[in-house]
Design a protein around this ligand. Structure first.
Ligand code: PA5
Length: 420
């Protein structure tokens, strides 16, 4: 994994970067000494080293059981309790040629239309439920659990019990109480790991393992990043704060492979929920290129100049397909005949970068050799670490989310929830 900053640092003086880099180094020490704001929620920092062999073994055992029992695993969760798993599964499996157990996500919205169509789809499938909620009280997954549990019991009668898997806090919350009372198989989310930092706990690892991804390799990658990516995490945190100080208040994560769409969604949540508070924060946005070059590309090139980009580029996507050499050149593509799509995509990435830098959009680049579980684990840990550092540079608590309560209160009031 490589961090390239020259197309970003060229927008600032050397001294400006050195100053913010110093701040990022201090923020890293604050994070590591666990003396900063939100230090009760730093369990994720050593997670790749601390997760026990028994826990990994148990996750793999239950994943196998789910694979044998079901065609579909329905993951019920929202925010940090679902995006980490979905991002990894979309990035690391073939989304067109689905093999093995399919993973479907519910409880991340309240759309009746969505729920009905999933219930219809499941009618002729064997399925299990993995309900994931740290607090065990979040409304969206709670509603979905009630609906899908009813359907599951209708279909499987008492056997349904063996098809419900709960991932929640060790002690707290109604989901833990339900798991105990009903005797459902359950997993623990450590109390010192917040939702958006929880992908490397059972919260993410169980569905990821069910999807057939090598979780040992993913944890190895995270362990590698723990040991080797501190410096680049500090640099990335410093560079994005440098941009913020220059009124570049929107960071757009850019990918050139549709399988990374949900990685961007995960990143948006991680950074948006961690930093957007106290009337501060970089607004995290995302585009999937080259698709979005034909929509958002216009704004990025010529709209308000308050944007910088972070491009994630997979150097070798392992594809070999080339532009065919046809008899005539009626489509005008002969200038790239026999060139691989991989090459053309790379030129699109490089060309876009040049155009954006010229258009006053600073670009940070992150390159990985190939997309596999190891590299994915590295990326996850790198971005989590950089987020903690960056939040401290900004002067906020990156591990709370007081703002999400406001919509809940006003929704509960409208719905007539007792006590609101
Ligand atoms: O990062 C977070 O803490 C949030 O995004 C939560 O993950 C999200 O609100 C879901 O919460 P819970 O897992 O308690 O249902």
């Amino acid at each position: 994994m490589k961090l390239i900053l020259n197309d970003c640092l060229s927008f600032a003086d050397k001294l400006e970067f050195e100053n913010v880099l110093k701040k990022a180094e201090q923020s890293n020490l604050l994070l590591k000494s666990k003396t900063g704001a939100g230090s009760d929620y730093l369990g994720w920092l050593e997670l790749p080293l601390k997760i026990s062999a028994e826990e990994i073994k148990y996750i793999k055992k239950i994943a196998k059981q789910i694979q044998n029992q079901s065609d579909v695993l329905v993951v019920i969760g929202i925010g940090g309790s679902y995006l980490g798993a979905r991002a990894a599964i979309e990035a690391l499996t073939d989304n067109i040629n689905k093999k093995g157990t399919e993973i479907i996500y519910v409880g991340n919205n309240i759309s009746g239309r969505y729920v009905e169509s999933i219930l219809e789809y499941l009618k002729n499938k064997n399925y299990s439920l993995n309900v994931i909620s740290k607090s065990g009280t979040t409304t969206e997954p709670a509603i979905a659990f009630r609906i899908f549990k009813e359907a599951l019991f209708k279909k499987y009668k008492q056997e349904a019990k063996e098809r419900i898997y709960i991932t929640t806090d060790k002690e707290k919350g109604s989901l833990r109480a339900i798991a105990r009372k009903e005797g459902y198989t359950s997993f623990e989310i450590p109390s010192d790991v917040g939702g958006r930092y929880s992908v490397l706990t059972a919260c993410g690892l169980l569905p990821i393992a069910v999807a057939g991804i090598d979780i040992d390799q993913m944890l190895e990658g995270a362990k590698y990043a723990y040991a080797n990516s501190e410096e680049i995490a500090i640099q990335y945190a410093a560079a994005r704060n440098l941009m913020y100080n220059k009124n570049k208040t929107i960071e757009i994560m850019v990918n050139y492979d549709p399988s990374l769409h949900f990685f961007t969604e995960w990143w948006k949540q991680l950074y948006g929920e961690s930093e957007g508070k106290d009337n501060k924060g970089i607004f995290p946005a995302g585009v999937d290129n080259t698709t979005d070059l034909h929509s958002m590309g216009q704004y990025i090139q010529e709209g308000i100049r308050n944007i910088f980009e972070t491009v994630i580029y997979i150097k070798n996507d392992m594809s070999t397909i080339c532009i065919p050499d046809t008899k005539d050149d009626s489509d005008g593509l002969d200038y790239i005949k026999n060139k691989s799509l991989k090459y053309v995509n790379e030129m699109a990435m490089q060309g876009t970068k040049l155009a954006h830098v010229k258009g006053n959009v600073p670009v940070i680049s992150i390159e990985i050799d190939k997309m596999d579980a190891f590299n994915y684990g590295q990326l996850v840990y790198f971005f989590e670490k950089a987020c903690g550092i960056s939040g401290y540079v900004l002067g906020v608590n990156p591990f709370n989310q007081p703002g999400v309560e406001a919509y809940k209160k006003s929704m509960f009031r409208l719905l007539g929830k007792p006590g609101y």
